[in-house]
Ligand binder design. Structure first.
Ligand SMILES: [Zn+2]
Length: 371
């Protein structure tokens, strides 16, 4: 914010300035070099750019408070405020999140007041006079008999001790960057002004140009390009689903051909390859519809082994029990599971044991059917 230095080489970096009793100011800072003594005569300098940026954010805070009252209503009261050279933060009473439209309206009003180049005037006056003029005060704050009043044209009037610009056009540009709730009935707006707002828009512009490049289009056509790309993706995924289903159907046909006969019952015990549990179950159902026997299918995907088994009515009355079959097969691959006599599923992890698990399933089936 600024610097205080003495002739014998003491330098103090100043971070903040606060009001203390008797309308005096206290500087808060850190001694960077030398030693400061009582009765030292010091020279004081302000970091001008920093001061201007912070003042712009403070004047913008006044513009913002009034705009919020115009758009949301007179229930809006300041609940907290933090102004730095980088940004401003304003907390206020309001019951609901602001809509995109409300945020845009507030932003528009503040920018209009900046473009109107309204004078910012500061006067000290008796508190009664300030009240009569309609000055906004902080709820619960104690004021002296004399107060400092900041007026922005005839748009806003507030009691305030802060540093301001002399004209709203010096704020240059205002942009809200976030709106959020901080507690019940209190919202928070963070915003930037001047150079920071300009930099923000430049960054947004750069992002749009990069996105356009990736999408091989121009910034003007970016929205229609994204829309058509999204609808292409949707069509493709429908197509992929169809192909997957057809492939599963073909695989089911192949598997049907491999059925063996054990004690009058048709039996299929097969490695179905790489497939998730859902697809494996669908395949099992497809086969069962065309086949009254016992089906055990094992697949693996993403380090998981999936086992499903189904059995027709006659096979069940002949002794088949799918729950027992998958339980034994899953145990071989280090997993568990079970189910009903006519349908069961299980999951395991060790895919190197799939062949062994298939053998085990066949053994259990033979035992169940007394083969
Ligand atoms: Zn103020």
């Amino acid at each position: 914010m600024g610097k205080i230095s003495t002739p014998d080489g003491c330098n103090i970096e100043i971070y903040d300035c606060i009001k203390v009793a008797g309308s005096r100011s206290a500087h808060i800072g850190k001694v960077i070099s030398g030693q400061v003594k009582v009765n030292d005569i010091v020279s004081v300098s302000v970091d001008v750019n920093n001061r201007i940026a912070a003042s712009a954010n403070h004047t913008a805070t006044h513009l913002l408070q009034k705009a919020l009252r115009i758009i949301l209503g007179s229930h809006v009261e300041q609940a907290g405020s933090l102004v730095s050279s980088e940004r401003l933060r304003f907390d206020f009473t309001h019951f609901a999140p602001l809509s995109e439209e409300e945020i845009e309206k507030v932003e528009n009003i503040v920018n209009e007041k900046i473009f109107e180049a309204l004078p910012v005037t500061i006067n000290e006056m008796p508190i009664d006079e300030a009240r009569k003029k309609g000055a906004m005060a902080l709820f619960g704050e104690k004021y002296g008999d004399y107060v400092r009043v900041v007026e922005i044209g005839d748009y806003s009037i507030e009691l305030c001790g802060g540093t301001h610009l002399t004209n709203t056009h010096q704020v240059r540009l205002f942009k809200i960057i976030s709106e959020s709730g901080i507690s019940a009935g209190v919202r928070r707006i963070e915003a930037i002004t001047g150079e920071a707002a300009f930099t923000y828009y430049k960054e947004q512009d750069k992002k749009i140009k990069s996105i356009s490049k990736i999408l091989k289009t121009t910034p003007d056509n970016i929205i229609s390009k994204i829309e058509s790309t999204m609808s292409n993706i949707k069509e493709l995924s429908i197509e992929i689903d169809k192909m997957k289903r057809a492939a599963a159907g073909n695989a089911a046909e192949d598997i049907l051909k491999s059925a063996a006969e054990i004690s009058k019952f048709k039996v299929i015990v097969k490695n179905a390859g790489s497939m998730d549990m859902n697809s494996l179950r669908q395949m099992g159902d497809q086969i069962r519809d065309k086949f009254d026997g016992i089906i055990v299918l094992i697949s693996d995907m993403d380090e998981k082994v999936n086992i499903v088994a189904t059995a027709g009515k006659e096979a069940v009355s002949g002794g088949a029990h799918c729950g027992e079959i998958v339980k034994a097969a899953a145990a071989v691959c280090g997993g568990g599971g079970g189910g009903k006599p006519n349908s069961a599923q299980a999951g395991s992890k060790d895919k190197s044991k799939i062949d062994e698990a298939l053998k085990k399933a066949l053994e259990v089936i033979k035992l169940q059917l007394n083969a």
